[in-house]
Design a protein around this ligand. Structure first.
Ligand code: 4AD
Ligand code: MG
Length: 468
């Protein structure tokens, strides 16, 4: 074991000049070692930030031959020494080691992270080690920063953080993409006399599933607490193998009493800007590393998002733009058809070159709970589209008129009885209200330029893969 228990300094604190020169102790993992007969140069990283630190180990150290000369990428160490200003180029500080304790070696024959450029696909198969790489540790630090910024933003704006249930009996989005939860024996399902599955014997006495949204419960609390938001895992059994879909992702869902669709758009813009500014102010090293690795300079459009107001365009106008643009898309553009990723990206990346809010979608494309416009054809839905990813936010003003809501529930083939409590919210002191859902991973893809939602969540769940 290490000889002394001097408190550890983090490498992030050292680079931020929060650690005095002189005696210091760090612990971390070897990124690289370059050795000579007289010295080893160790590049050590402890995960505290985007930068590593150089450590110089003199061959005179007692365990030089037995330990230090054998250190390879991935080995874990505790280092005591002198923190000094570095005479070398490219770094401000270095540590001259006085003792190095090796916690564990990492056999270079079998350690999967070697210093060559590993593809993101390769790294997904060893996701349990991605936190050891500069790129992924950086992405996950930005993810932590973004999550905290979102909480801070809502808290500062007077929102209450609420917890909506993950187990539910309603497929609120009506898309039929739910994971069922049951304790019934799969090999001998109980049957009713009519031959259907007897869910009265299931754990909750009815079919249950993992939530696809926390919105309906958030609405219930907003109509009493004013402004609330949820921030939690969300489950969708969509069989889409794309760079934008996860089976388990994290969604932030604010819900506000007395907000109409324009207020909702303004809130979405304010929130995104707050988060962007926070990342630019606090995650510079990580963002630089990630941008250098991907060659996608996201800073440019992040700054643009701070400077230019988000574009607001109706679905009908968006369809006209797409039809007139002269581009041949893989999927045709027709009023009444959903916008595909290629259309969304054309609008925000090429046409407007800015974050773009498309609103007033055809009712037929959207969930039952959205406010019906007077034209009888469109609802007060809004999607926020971002360069590099497309839809990041989906939201709406909610239908607050009881009769219209009941009609819409029936028209979508759902049962008003099942949603009785939700309709009650309109019967008892209902008010105009609005909200939206922000996909955390899609936001992170936009911020980092990582290109795939699987690479911004530590352990991605997608069709066919639920490892780690
Ligand atoms: O547009 P969606 O389906 O909206 C809702 O769920 C509403 N209940 C939100 C609300 O109004 N409270 O999903 C919201 C966002 C999408 O814009 C997208 O960013 C993300 O959630 N999302 C996904 N992210 C990753 N993988 C998936 N399979 C996703 N499905 C939706
Ligand atoms: Mg959507």
């Amino acid at each position: 074991m290490p000889t002394s228990r001097q408190p550890l300094s983090t490498i992030a604190d050292i680079h931020a000049e929060r650690v005095a020169l002189g005696k210091v102790t760090i612990a971390g993992w070897i990124r690289t070692r370059r050795g000579s007969k007289k010295f080893s140069f160790l590049e050590v990283n402890d995960g505290s930030g985007g930068k590593s630190i150089q450590v110089i180990a003199d061959a005179a150290l007692p365990n030089y031959e037995s330990d230090i000369a054998k250190l390879t990428t991935g080995a874990s160490v505790r280092i005591e020494g002198q923190l000094v200003a570095s005479p070398g180029q490219g770094q401000k500080f270095e540590i001259q080691a006085s003792s190095i304790h090796v916690y564990g070696f990492a056999n270079p024959e079998t350690y999967p992270l070697q210093k060559k450029d590993m593809t993101y696909e390769y790294l997904r198969d060893i996701a349990y080690l991605r936190g050891r790489t500069a790129t992924f540790a950086g992405v996950f630090r930005i993810r932590a920063r973004v999550s905290q910024a979102i909480h801070r933003f809502f808290s500062d704006q007077g929102f209450y953080y609420i917890h909506s249930p993950l187990l539910t009996t309603s497929d609120a989005e009506g898309a039929g993409e739910t994971f069922q939860v049951t304790t019934l024996p799969m090999d001998k399902l109980p049957r009713t006399p009519a031959g259907t599955i007897d869910y009265s014997q299931d754990f909750f006495g009815s079919p249950a599933m993992l939530c696809v949204t926390g919105q309906l419960e958030a609405e219930a609390l907003a109509l009493g607490m004013g402004k609330v938001y949820t921030f939690g895992p969300t489950f969708r059994a969509e069989n889409s193998n794309t760079s934008r879909h996860l089976s388990e992702f994290w969604m932030i869902e604010p819900e506000m009493a007395f907000y109409e669709i324009e207020d909702n758009m303004q809130l979405a813009q304010d929130m995104i800007r707050y988060v962007v500014k926070d990342v630019l102010d606090h995650c510079a090293d990580d963002l630089d590393n990630i941008i250098a690795r991907n060659g996608v300079d996201t800073r440019e459009y992040l700054k643009m998002a701070l400077e230019r107001p988000f574009v607001r365009v109706t679905y009908t106008e968006a369809v006209d733009i797409l039809k007139a643009c002269g581009r041949t898309f893989e999927y045709p553009v027709e009023w009444g058809e959903d916008l595909k990723s290629e259309h969304e990206r054309f609008l925000c990346e090429e046409h407007f070159k800015a974050p773009t809010i498309v609103f007033n979608y055809p009712s037929s494309l959207k969930a039952f709970y959205m406010y019906q416009n007077d034209d009888g054809k469109t609802v007060r839905a809004m999607d926020l589209l971002m360069p590099g990813i497309g839809e990041v936010i989906g939201g709406s003003q909610r239908e607050d008129r009881e009769d219209v809501l009941v009609e819409k529930i029936k028209a979508k083939g759902l049962s008003p009885e099942h949603l009785d409590w939700y309709i009650d919210l309109r019967r008892f002191g209902g008010v105009p209200h609005s909200g939206f859902g922000l996909g955390l991973e899609r936001l992170l893809v936009w911020i980092t330029g990582m290109g795939n939602v699987r690479d911004v969540i530590p352990f991605p769940r997608v069709p066919g893969t639920c490892k780690f």
